[in-house]
Design a protein around this ligand. Structure first.
Ligand code: NAP
Length: 463
């Protein structure tokens, strides 16, 4: 049993547990909730009402969330004299699934961002950002409705690992002299240096999560987004390890894009030779020296030997497609052909840029949900900040937090309730009763408060 210094666990409800590697969700799970600072209380109040109403409507009392208030940020400071008390970590770890409002990061005083500290301490290595369009939301692109992706961004390594030294420092001088004298490089001595580690461990656990999500939610593809043409041993390795994991752990359920070409070529022409098949999948095959052609022919043969029986004769079309794209091309593709993409698995930096670029296409951060997930623990949270100037005004858009709660409901396997919330939001926006942020961009809309917006979502949920 989890012990707390200053928290009282609700008497009703049960803990979510893990058995045989799977989450076991009781009908009345206890879910810790951090209200958050600034606009946190406004949006959390709205969010809890919407979620409770959807769960009630979907399961007619059979299921219910028992919320368990825990503290971080300003409130924690009042109660514990610290912004992130051990009780909070213990509660999230112990109860596995939690919901969180935005938190102020105190300026100065040597604090790291509370959000980053939570992610790192709880080892929440996958940052999940679904991006989809709600009809009627103002958008800068012509076909925002084509966007419906879920980004799985690696959360712990890459250039975010925090390994860097400023120009001229003792450390940077050491690193540069090591590189130039021992490794034969020519780094300018007036450089700052940052290190980009990407590991097999970090990559595989992230890609595994992305594939599991795609399979559970019947998504069509997982795209590995990398810049491996330039950074071969980090981003290129991310791609290679991603494919390796997909083939090793999910062989029967997946097909890689390249395999789909090989199998498809044989289906279209059963008499096709291995060499001709290799010629079709590799542009410029004929210009390659024999030594480079041979491994491609072998790749074709190995692929057909391995998967023809399980994937041939069109069976591959029903499998989850694993593909990869170079990051810069991906930024074009999400603008021009966003409907060809589904789940995206990315190293940390690519995912950071891509999440906001995609969110901007469908109405910006006010409607962008997020979650940080580890092996089991899931912390679901709004992606915007505390917007202090609007605190307590019952004015801002609770959409980001409510959609994060939708992700949480999906994580619990409570799809019916999740769908009701989405349905309520869709209708509310189509009816143009929206909070100030959307109102100022929508012609003919009616401006409503945070709490009215929540009431409208509840009213609009389909029976
Ligand atoms: P912010 O709180 O996200 O607010 C910036 C602007 O975004 C707001 O002024 C508002 O724009 C708009 N906005 C944000 N949330 C909105 C909502 N729910 N509905 C409608 N509009 C919304 O960013 P910030 O001012 O840079 O950061 C303030 C504090 O939040 C800082 O202490 C920062 O450390 C913290 N923060 C926390 C998190 C987190 O906990 N996950 C994330 C980011 C920042 P308009 O003024 O144009 O209406």
């Amino acid at each position: 049993m989890v012990k707390f210094k200053k928290l009282t666990v609700p008497k009703e409800g049960k803990r979510i547990t893990v058995k045989n590697g799977k989450l076991r969700i009781p009908d009345h799970p206890i879910i810790p909730v951090i209200e958050g600072d600034g606009i946190g209380p406004d949006i959390m109040r709205a969010c809890r009402r919407v979620v409770d109403a959807a769960v009630e409507k979907a399961y007619r009392g059979k299921k219910r969330i028992v919320w368990f208030d825990i503290y971080a940020g300003d409130k924690a400071m009042d109660i514990y004299r610290e912004v992130l008390p051990q009780d909070t970590f213990n509660a999230i770890k112990g109860f596995i699934v939690a919901l969180k409002g935005p938190l102020t990061t105190p300026v100065g005083g040597g604090y790291r961002s509370l959000n980053v500290t939570l992610r790192q301490t709880l080892n929440l290595y996958a940052c999940v950002r679904p991006v989809r369009y709600f009809q009627g939301v103002p958008s800068p692109v012509t076909h925002p409705e084509k966007m419906n992706v879920v980004i799985y961004r690696e959360n712990t390594e890459d250039v975010y690992a925090g390994i860097e030294w400023p120009k001229g420092s003792k450390e940077v001088k050491k690193v540069i002299s090591f590189l130039n004298q021992r490794m034969g490089t020519k780094v300018r001595t007036d450089s700052g240096i940052g290190i980009k580690p990407i590991s097999v461990t970090g990559t595989k656990r992230l890609v595994r999560k992305a594939i599991q999500y795609a399979l559970t939610n019947k998504r069509r593809s997982v795209t590995l987004v990398h810049k491996g043409n330039i950074m071969k041993y980090t981003e290129g390795a991310f791609r290679d390890w991603g494919y390796e994991l997909a083939k090793k752990e999910f062989r029967r359920q997946i097909v890689t894009e390249r395999e789909s070409w090989i199998v498809g070529n044989k289906e279209a022409n059963p008499k096709l030779s291995l060499e001709d098949n290799a010629r079709m999948i590799e542009p410029g095959f004929d210009r390659l020296p024999k030594g480079k052609q041979r491994p491609i022919v072998k790749e074709v043969k190995d692929c057909l030997d391995e998967i023809w029986k399980t994937h041939g004769n069109g069976k591959w079309k029903k499998k989850l497609m694993i593909k990869d794209r170079i990051a810069d091309s991906m930024f074009q593709q999400v603008l021009t052909r966003s409907d060809e993409y589904d789940v995206l698995a990315t190293p940390n930096l690519n995912g950071d840029y891509l999440s906001d670029a995609c969110a901007a296409q469908v109405g910006g951060l006010g409607m962008a949900p997020g979650a940080n997930i580890g092996d089991y623990v899931g912390l679901f949270e709004a992606t915007h900040g505390t917007a202090p100037k609007y605190a307590g005004k019952d004015m801002v858009n609770p959409g980001s937090l409510i959609l994060s709660a939708v992700l949480m409901l999906e994580y619990l396997g409570w799809k019916e309730a999740a769908n009701l919330v989405v349905n309520g939001i869709e209708k509310t926006i189509v009816k143009k009763t929206v909070t100030y942020d959307l109102h100022r961009q929508m012609k003919g809309a009616t401006k409503v408060s945070t709490s009215q917006f929540a009431s409208n979502i509840i009213k609009n949920m389909a029976a």
